[in-house]
Design a protein around this ligand. Structure first.
Ligand code: AP5
Length: 240
């Protein structure tokens, strides 16, 4: 085509509770972008009782990390279906091993990452949020009883189904998840900051304590550099 619009193939990177899910949801609601969330995929595998779900359940409950090979298989099989689309990957990769496997996979399909967003949110801010988080497990929609409240307390806005607390959102398990992040996931930032073989990948750190600070910066990048337009504003000749 004549349209040389760059394709958004983006990683949403950040600590547990930094707002990866919240910001990804905001993007997919407004723009024509698909999202894959590692955590949501694992939670639906658990709910469906698959083999992956049976392995993941105990690991997630204790704040550990699912093995790289299982995780990579779960994600790449879904990614292949999004080949020519704009997409956001949230929660994967989470180890340098996963990062290497992902990049090798994307290199083979000729679809390298184009953007890595590193959410930099202070830990004390995150700890305050988690106790207020409520989720709709079936869809992955995330709410917070002080920020981003559901329209009716305790129920999902779209389906009206009840919201729940995630079993791994208690202070003790959350502390372990933060530890796992610092030990296994943080080294990925170093890995990705090397530009070798990543000429088409842009790494941006967004710092802020609230989405009101982070969201406009994120939107600026995807509208100016990737020229995405809000769904409603897209003029097409195709009638529905
Ligand atoms: P996963 O579900 O990916 O959890 P996580 O990375 O710990 O991230 P969270 O979902 O907790 O947080 P988030 O950054 O999405 O924040 P959110 O937007 O909800 O993974 C769960 C588990 O699965 C892992 O522990 C691991 O065991 C396993 N796993 C997953 N991926 C794996 C992998 N690749 N390899 C191996 N194992 C893997 O926001 C948090 C709260 O803050 C919400 O209540 C939200 O409403 C609120 N909030 C967000 N933004 C704001 C704001 N600006 N102001 C106020 N409140 C806000």
């Amino acid at each position: 085509t004549h349209n040389e619009q760059p394709v958004l193939r983006m990683l949403m990177f950040g600590k547990p509770g930094s707002g990866k899910g919240t910001l990804s949801n905001k993007l997919i609601n407004k723009y024509d972008v698909s999202q894959l969330s590692a955590g949501d995929l694992l939670r639906s595998n658990i709910a469906e009782g698959t083999e992956v779900g049976r392995v993941a359940e105990g690991i997630i409950a204790t704040g550990g990390l699912v093995p790289d090979d299982i995780m990579t298989k779960v994600i790449t099989s879904k990614l292949d279906a999004l080949k020519n689309k704009h997409w956001i990957l949230d929660g994967f990769p989470r180890t340098v091993g996963q990062g290497q496997l992902l990049e090798a996979h994307l290199r083979t399909s000729g679809t390298p990452l184009t953007l890595i967003i590193n959410l930099d949110v202070p830990e004390e801010v995150i700890l305050g949020r988690i106790s207020d988080r409520w989720v709709h497990l079936q869809s992955g929609r995330v709410y917070n009883s002080s920020y981003n409240k559901p329209k009716v307390a305790g129920f999902d806005d779209i389906t009206g189904e009840p919201l729940v607390k995630r079993p791994d959102d208690n202070p003790e398990i959350f502390a372990r998840r933060l530890k796992a992040f610092n030990a296994s996931t943080l080294p990925l930032l170093q890995f990705f900051s090397s530009t070798e073989g990543r000429a088409s990948t842009k790494l941006v750190t967004l710092t802020g304590a609230t989405s009101d600070e982070i969201w406009p910066k994120l939107e600026q990048i995807i509208t100016s550099e990737f020229r995405l337009r809000p769904r409603g504003a897209q003029k097409t000749s195709v009638q529905e």
